[in-house]
Design a protein around this ligand. Structure first.
Ligand SMILES: *Cc1c(COP(=O)(O)O)cnc(C)c1O
Length: 387
């Protein structure tokens, strides 16, 4: 065993079932382990390295800011976070942004905004937030409560009270939840990631949005994984022609540095007052400078290319030997295979392709700018592994 792996097992808390690879470096969609073996990366650090490893534009933006002002605290004004917030609002129509460090934190803020809005509007007994079965919203005790998968809850109860999950497609369950428990918010992932890479049905998302609008319940779209160009629109809700009241995002926005963002729409734009919320590293200048570079490159041409590449993968794998189905949207895809997903993933890794797992599926989250030749080669290897 390598020293890295030995030391990890000796000193790092055992929360991760890691693949037996110690990554040492990367460039674009290629990366190398400590022995120098080359891999084509179709996982991007779980949708984070949106333009691959060591992207020159992002690296330049980050290092430039790093040498000028690396941190200031939120006691002072700084430029990069204001630039990023303005870009996010202009691109989405949202009104205000709160910055944090992760997806879980972005969701915590979204939940606090929804609860405060609803408590002020409807009374302190309106605090319950509804999520969907099979959702994933993070690992803090509150975002775990919002996560509609029991498997993540066990051993950690009691979780934050005031959460329930309803099945996808079941509008009656959502109506009953509000009638009986007074909903303060509804949180959805338009394309569920950890739950099995599944795009929600269009009619259902539209019905949820209409229900929330009619009953004045803030609708939260968790765009932590499916956002930032991943599905071929800037944010996945844009495929559905709905307007959420709150958008949470993280992962790809930072291009490889930690950032979370909670976008507040018109309904909740002024819900927070000084002291209501905060985060020491929130709006960090280096992270925000990198995110500005990422966001500025997620233009129509790039998004069209994401859709084209996604269609290429779907066409190549649909009906292939050993492939049962391909789900998802754009470059966020799940492949249900006849063999166990873990076996397919291991065979890919042996052959030099890194892919991920979600439930029983092989999950693909390649860099949005992966070159066509590398994508074709990787898909060819995946196809062989599925046989
Ligand atoms: C990854 C993820 C989160 C949690 O993000 P962290 O940065 O790990 O806290 C929340 N929601 C969704 C949809 C995610 O995929």
């Amino acid at each position: 065993m390598s020293t890295i792996i030995e030391n990890d097992k000796a000193y790092i808390a055992g929360t991760y079932a890691r693949f037996p690879v110690a990554l040492a470096s990367g460039r674009g969609s290629l990366c190398y382990d400590e022995a120098g073996k080359e891999y084509i990366d179709l996982g991007t650090g779980i949708a984070v390295n949106i333009f691959g490893f060591a992207d020159p534009g992002w690296t330049a933006a980050v290092t430039k800011q790093l040498s000028v002002l690396q941190h200031a605290s939120n006691l002072y004004y700084t430029e990069p976070d204001t630039r990023l917030a303005k870009m996010l609002c202009e691109r989405t129509g949202m009104k205000k942004v709160f910055f944090s460090n992760s997806g879980a934190e972005a969701n915590e803020c979204a939940i606090k905004a929804a609860r405060k809005y609803s408590a002020m509007k409807k009374g302190a007994d309106t605090f319950t937030v509804a999520s969907l079965v099979n959702s994933f919203h993070g690992r803090t005790l509150t975002t775990l409560a919002a996560t509609g998968q029991e498997v993540f809850h066990k051993d950690f109860t009691p979780l934050t009270p005031g959460f329930l999950s309803v099945p996808v497609g079941d509008m009656a369950a959502l109506e009953t939840a509000d009638d009986e428990q007074k909903l303060a918010g509804v949180i959805i992932e338009c394309v569920q990631g950890e739950g099995g890479v599944a795009a929600l049905p269009e009619a259902y998302v539209k019905a949820v949005a209409a229900f929330c609008a009619e009953r004045d319940i803030p609708l939260i779209c968790d765009e932590v994984q499916c956002g930032n160009g991943r599905t071929g629109e800037l944010y996945a809700y844009m495929h559905y022609s709905v307007t959420p009241d709150i958008v949470s995002t993280a992962k790809g926005l930072g291009g490889g540095l930690p950032i979370g963002a909670t976008l507040l729409g018109e309904k909740v734009e002024n819900v927070f007052a000084p002291g209501d919320h905060g985060s020491t590293f929130g709006g960090n200048p280096v992270c925000c400078a990198g995110a500005c570079e990422i966001l500025s490159r997620l233009d129509d041409r790039l998004l069209a290319d994401v859709r084209r590449k996604g269609e290429y993968i779907v066409d190549a794998l649909t009906g292939a030997e050993g492939v049962k189905s391909v789900t998802g949207l754009g470059l966020m895809l799940g492949v249900e295979t006849e063999k166990p997903a873990a076996d397919v993933i291991a065979a890919c890794r042996e052959a030099g392709v890194l892919v991920l797992k979600a439930k029983n599926k092989v999950r693909l989250l390649p860099a949005l700018n992966i070159p066509d030749d590398l994508l074709e080669k990787a898909v060819g290897i995946l196809k062989e592994a599925c046989k």
